[in-house]
Design a protein around this ligand. Structure first.
Ligand code: HEM
Ligand code: SF4
Length: 577
């Protein structure tokens, strides 16, 4: 993985010292709340419902064992013993004290981490495929290009005050595991007609109150032009983005207003000024950065491991976990393992300090000391030897990290919602838990098959509800919490057959107590209607939402569903975060 040089180290250390002084001055009363606010936000420190929240960047979701141990240590020392992994491959701490925040940032800096640009109207953490470098379907490892973009965008003076925050995702595999179509810029690496490497460029996707699937503005951009082209996009956005209206400030609104074609023309016009200039990437630069991501020292191993096969045939629990949690690896005898952070009763994405320490240990014992974070809010060990899988499973089971539910209904994505977030209209975590409890029968879960449920506590869509096969959105009605349900969303991954789609709302919203029943009904309709091996999302695609709507609303649910008008259109407050 990328290792800081002296310049990087100075940069983060100087930032820590500067921030330490800012906190000191604020606590001494020399800086007002208004003066201090932008300073803390520039270092990832938000003010939330009950406490501060610190967001730490995990570039393209890649962590070393050392870094993960430090995240554990911070959770233990300065927080309540856990951290929350997010859909943007970051980690958030929900209870840090302002007084401790400079020390936390200093601890992070000691392991080459920081919270710079995790807030504010700048280029945020760049996300990517959690299986980068090991996936058999990879066209090109996205990490070197993501790292180049990270270096380019960090502290970029021209793009520090964009009209709104800016999210870039890079995907290097056949399957889109980075939800590129839902980002401000999605870069989808692929080969051109002569085998040359480049990328499809999507711009103006996003979720929020106006969900948009990003249109392709260039089908093939040779990789050498990545920086100058992204710069041209950002320049057009910086110049014409709607700074007058917070709700219309994202690039998706500009692209929609101009039309993708006109937007693309403006980008090309801007690009003429820098194209082939000094910022054009060279083979040498790509080689320099790629060297950090060179494959580890894989041992020659048999593709098929006898011991592994024996365990899988003798132990149904192990076989079930293998079926869900193990991904193919490009090197024979190795597997990529997904550790589920979706055990019933634990908020999706939460990991305790003990769990983080264990995962760090396993990454070293069974692999090469690397861990990944997925946008589904799970952790990944990318390089596990096949003959270690059984031992790993036994240990992971005891640690509560081997729930065999990956890709299934209880592998729920959820934002922190009303339990923590001050923007929330409704809680997310208890809804996730109630649904998980209703579907705690593993056989039934496996019979239902792949089904993503995504939950957001407000329109800001941090829980990706628009892209959920079933999406749940918290809405407010006269101070009460209601939930609007959509079906048919998909994030571009194979779980939705490679489609990106925005879920359709099926009707008026429900009370929290209704939600497990609503999900049960949707599942029943699917089970009645499905053909052969059809997944939930395919049944929705074939039949549309009508049967789901009538099945859910056809007869009264257990709890009350009256008086819902108005609740559906209430939008979550968007803040400057
Ligand atoms: C608790 C503190 C949080 C606050 C205050 C917050 C705030 C926001 C706001 C205001 C937006 C809407 C921005 C816009 O559309 O212009 C947003 C979007 C988003 N946030 Fe959060 N968020 C928080 C936590 C999270 C968490 C925990 C996650 C991941 C689980 C997350 C991931 C996202 C994503 C993926 C989007 C959608 C981006 C898009 O529309 O393209 N956020 N957030
Ligand atoms: S979706 Fe809304 S409630 Fe959930 S974390 Fe984002 S801003 Fe908060």
């Amino acid at each position: 993985m990328y290792v800081y040089d002296q310049v990087d180290r100075n940069l983060v250390n100087e930032r820590v010292a500067q921030y330490r002084d800012q906190v000191r001055r604020f606590l001494a009363g020399d800086l007002s709340e208004d003066e201090f606010r932008p300073l803390r936000l520039q270092n990832g420190l938000y003010m939330q419902r009950y406490a501060h929240m610190l967001r730490v960047a995990i570039p393209y979701g890649l962590l070393s064992a050392t870094q993960l141990r430090m995240l554990a240590s911070i959770a233990r020392r300065y927080d309540r013993g856990y951290g929350h992994f997010t859909t943007r491959q970051n980690i958030q701490y929900n209870w840090p004290r302002l007084e401790d925040s400079p020390d936390i940032l200093a601890d992070l800096a000691s392991v080459e981490m920081h919270a710079i640009q995790t807030s504010g109207n700048c280029v945020r953490n760049i996300t990517s495929d959690e299986f980068a470098g090991v996936a058999p379907d990879e066209v090109l490892d996205p990490r070197p290009l993501a790292e180049i973009l990270r270096q380019w965008s960090t502290f970029h003076p021209e793009f520090a005050f964009l009209p709104r925050k800016f999210k870039i995702a890079v995907n290097g595999a056949e399957e889109d595991r980075a939800a590129t179509a839902f980002h401000d810029i999605g870069l989808y690496l692929r080969r051109g007609p002569d085998g040359e490497v480049g990328m499809r460029v999507l711009v103006g996707g996003g979720m929020g109150r106006t969900p948009v699937i990003g249109p392709v503005i260039r089908d093939f951009l040779p990789w050498q032009h990545m920086n100058t082209y992204v710069e041209a996009i950002l320049r057009v956005y910086n110049r014409y983005g709607r700074r007058d209206n917070l709700y219309k400030a994202r690039i998706k609104i500009l692209v929609k207003a101009l039309g993708a074609e006109e937007f693309a023309c403006q980008v090309e016009e801007e690009w003429v000024l820098t194209r082939d200039g000094p910022d054009t990437l060279t083979d040498q630069e790509l080689a320099r950065v790629s060297a950090y991501f060179a494959p580890p020292d894989y041992a020659a191993r048999p593709a098929d491991d006898a011991e592994f096969n024996r365990h899988a045939s003798e132990n149904a629990g192990f076989a079930r976990w293998v079926g869900r949690a193990i991904n193919a690896h490009r090197i024979p005898g190795y597997r990529a393992v997904v550790l589920s952070l979706k055990k019933t009763g634990v908020p999706p994405g939460d990991a305790t300090a003990e769990q983080m320490d264990l995962v760090a240990d396993w990454s070293e014992r069974f692999g090469f000391g690397e861990v990944r974070v997925s946008h589904e809010q799970n952790l990944i060990l990318p390089d596990v030897r096949a003959n270690d899988l059984f031992t790993l499973w036994e240990e992971a089971r005891h640690a509560g990290l081997a729930t065999p539910n990956l890709g299934l209904l209880t592998d729920i994505i959820a934002c922190p919602g009303g339990d923590f977030c001050s923007l929330a209209n409704a809680k997310s975590i208890p809804i996730a838990e109630a649904i998980q409890r209703r579907f705690d029968d593993l056989d039934f879960l496996h019979d239902i098959g792949e089904l993503n449920i995504n939950i957001s506590g407000c329109m800001n869509s941090c829980g990706h509800h628009h892209a959920g096969h079933i999406g749940i959105l918290g809405v407010d009605k006269d101070g009460e919490e209601w939930y609007q349900v959509s079906v048919g969303g998909a994030d571009g991954s194979q779980a939705g057959r490679g489609r990106s789609a925005i879920g359709k709302v099926i009707g008026p919203s429900f009370k929290a107590d209704d939600m497990p029943d609503v999900i049960s009904r949707l599942v029943d309709i699917y089970l009645e209607q499905r053909e052969a091996d059809e997944r939930f999302i395919d049944t929705v695609a074939r039949l549309g939402v009508a049967p789901f709507k009538s099945g859910v609303y056809g007869s009264p649910l257990r709890a009350s569903t009256e008086n819902r008008e108005g609740a559906e259109n209430r939008e979550g407050a968007a803040a400057d975060v």
